[in-house]
Write a protein that binds this ligand. Structure first.
Ligand SMILES: *[C@@H]1O[C@H](CO)[C@@H](O)[C@H](O)[C@H]1NC(C)=O
Ligand SMILES: [Cu+2]
Length: 225
């Protein structure tokens, strides 16, 4: 049974190989699941590539996906520091690899911010055993100690399923205004592009050969309050 379901899934993916990827498109906060793209910047890819990956390590598209450097009507959701949020995909992740959450503080309004400033990482879903958590939605919390202000909140799933071909970044950014925060100065930070290197062991790894017990998720270390 399990085998036949997998076989069907593979056949469906092959048939949809041009358009069949996945994208984080819906944001939930305070227990409310908002409409797709209300608080998440929508990319400007053509429809057939809308949920496709970014693979160029030197591209600004790595920040918030293709065209995601501008708000273009995306709204900003107000959240208290510590509150939970969820990113939901159009289809569950099916390319094995880690998922991470990042934030970057806008100098002013996040709707005017292109993500060119420093980013800090707030969470990693790395491997457990030799498999990665591949889900239809991923939840996290705004760190309690970060300063009030407007932020890009970025989720990144890195598809490492095809060793030898460039890993695939599946990225979306939400626009969040944080209140009730603290005075931390989150670190370490990294710029995007720049945070991910072609020779990064967490990027070059062949996930099918050997143990993943020492696997390190690419990007800066996770900031904890
Ligand atoms: C803004 O959004 C519209 C509608 O999705 C799209 O057609 C247009 O290309 C976007 N413009 C920019 C500059 O991203
Ligand atoms: Cu894909």
């Amino acid at each position: 049974m399990k085998f036949s379901v997998t076989a069907i899934a593979v056949a469906v993916m092959a048939a949809n190989s041009v358009s069949g990827h996945y994208i984080f498109q819906q944001f939930s906060a305070g227990g409310t699941k908002y409409p797709a793209w209300k608080y998440i910047r929508r990319n400007t890819n053509p429809a057939w590539l809308q949920n496709g990956p970014v693979t160029d390590l030197s591209s600004k598209d790595l920040r918030c996906n293709v065209g995601g450097g501008v708000s273009n009507g995306t709204e900003t959701v107000t959240m208290k520091a510590g509150d939970e949020f969820t990113f939901t995909l159009d289809a569950a992740v099916y390319h094995a690899g880690p998922t991470s959450l990042y934030m970057s503080k806008a100098p002013g309004k996040v709707e005017d911010y292109d993500g060119s400033g420093p980013w800090f990482k707030i969470f990693d879903w790395g491997p457990s055993g030799n498999s990665f958590p591949m889900k239809g939605s991923y939840s996290g919390n705004i760190p309690k100690c970060i300063p009030d202000g407007e932020y890009l909140l970025r989720i990144q799933q890195l598809g490492l399923h095809n060793p030898g071909a460039p890993p695939q970044f599946y990225i979306s950014c939400a626009q969040v205004k944080v209140t009730n925060g603290g005075n931390a100065n989150p670190s370490p930070t990294a710029l995007i592009p720049g945070a991910f290197k072609a020779n990064d062991p967490g990027y070059t790894v062949n996930i099918y050969s050997g143990s993943l017990s020492n696997y390190v998720v690419p990007g800066p270390a996770v900031f904890k309050c």
